[in-house]
Write a protein that binds this ligand. Structure first.
Ligand SMILES: Cc1ncc(COP(=O)(O)O)c(C=O)c1O
Length: 414
């Protein structure tokens, strides 16, 4: 039976100007590059233009445009809090996830003693690995790296083996940006907490696909990037208040310590991107129904998940029929999002991406900074894999067009 979302589907697509783009072959472009960044609806573009046209000012001044800017920032914190299931004072914005994470990790590092231990995983993007490695070098800490199971999930047996009373943090992703795996975050947080460590999660590759709720995830800190969920280029962190208050932030002396999330924000933010982020969250909420923003987001993400799971099933079954193509990671749609890492016999990932572009299908090739995944697969990091990903504005016919194209590319080698 068609869901309410299916019925509205064409009107959803019409809200995205980029989805009207045509390729050289006269066909509509398919944005299977979504894991690298999603397209934005007109409402996000309008909110950013409106901010710059009518409210542009620095903060906390005694004049109207500055007060409006303060309100826009406050509203974007409220929207971001609803998006992650936290409280608005626990939100920090930054240039992007990577920069925010470097800052937050430095702040946390101040509380660590030589010999303290950090756990990272091979499933992670380097943004949640490299800052820990650098911190460990500077402060004489120990880093334990958890490997992957054969279906490219975090190996919980290894995790259980390394956790001990010196472990201060377990840093891991909520979803692989290279192969789509969704590890069991609640279980990992329980394991971390059992030894007194914090759970530090990267939600960047998870946020466009599934509802984030920091209470269910049981994490202590979470990061994501609005440009991966239909908003502008920006980074966003949620830090549990009690935990945030223990951290000594990288900040200039006169900067306010309140709200608590603000102490991790350095310098002037991109106010227009904050306005755009609020609009992106409102856009997502508009896909659902409910009495408040949280309820509408809950309902929207149920619809998004159902639609994307159907797309994932279709794609997985489609590529399974093509000789010479290997889907990396689990085919179980309960344990993955709609991000697919592929290898095609005899075809370099860059070559496949170029051939797809020739027929107006955007895709990615490379390592996507998921160095651990490449190492675990034994793939040279500089070579990488082919990655295709879909978000809710993708259609079944687009998935079919991508599968047909992959069939032709792989077939040419047989
Ligand atoms: C899983 C994951 N984490 C972190 C990042 C880094 O995000 P940002 O570009 O906001 O620094 C990315 C970017 O692709 C990502 O996919």
């Amino acid at each position: 039976m068609a869901s309410a979302f299916d019925a509205e589907f064409q009107s959803v697509r019409e809200r995205f100007p980029a989805l009207q783009r045509q390729g050289g072959n006269g066909r509509e472009v398919i944005y299977a590059d979504a894991p690298g960044g999603t397209q934005v609806p007109s409402s996000v573009i309008d909110a950013m233009i409106d901010y710059l046209a009518h409210h542009n000012a620095n903060i906390e001044g005694e004049f109207c445009a500055s007060r409006e800017t303060d309100q826009i920032i406050a509203k974007s914190r409220i929207a971001a809090a609803a998006f992650v299931g936290g409280s608005d004072d626990e939100i920090a914005f930054g240039q992007n996830m990577t920069s925010l994470n470097f800052n937050l990790i430095r702040a946390f590092g101040r509380s660590m003693a030589p010999g303290d231990e950090i756990v990272v995983t091979q499933l992670d993007h380097e943004a949640n690995v490299s800052p820990w490695l650098l911190l460990a070098q500077d402060r004489d800490l120990v880093v334990r790296t958890i490997g992957l199971t054969s279906d490219l999930d975090i190996d919980l047996t290894q995790l259980a083996d390394v956790l001990n009373s010196r472990t201060r943090v377990v840093a891991h992703t909520l979803s692989s940006n290279a192969v789509g795996t969704v590890p069991p975050a609640g279980t990992i947080a329980d394991m971390a907490h059992a030894v007194g460590a914090v759970a530090w999660v990267d939600a960047v590759a998870f946020a466009p696909h599934r509802r984030i709720d920091v209470r269910d995830l049981k994490c202590d800190l979470l990061l994501c990037s609005p440009y991966k969920f239909f908003g502008p280029h920006l980074g966003l962190a949620w830090i549990r208040r009690a935990f945030a208050e223990t951290l000594q932030a990288e900040r200039v002396r006169p900067a306010s310590l309140f709200p608590v999330g603000h102490r991790f924000e350095t310098g002037t933010l991109s106010h227009e991107a904050l306005a755009g982020t609020e609009a992106a969250i409102e856009y997502l909420a508009s896909l659902g129904e409910g009495i408040d923003l949280t309820g509408r987001l809950d309902s929207a993400f149920t619809r998004i998940r159902d639609h994307e799971m159907a797309l994932a099933d279709r794609f997985i079954q489609g590529v399974a029929r093509i000789p010479g193509i290997r889907l990396l990671g689990t085919p179980d749609t309960q344990r993955r999002v709609c991000t697919f890492g592929l290898m095609i016999d005899g075809v370099e990932p860059a070559q496949a991406a170029r051939e797809l572009n020739d027929i107006a299908i955007y895709s990615w090739n490379g390592n996507f900074y998921a160095q651990g995944v490449m190492e675990s697969l034994g793939i040279p990091v500089e070579e990488g894999i082919l990655r295709l990903g879909f978000v809710h504005y993708a259609s079944e016919s687009e998935v079919d067009r991508v599968v047909e194209a992959l069939d032709r590319i792989a077939g040419a080698q047989q």
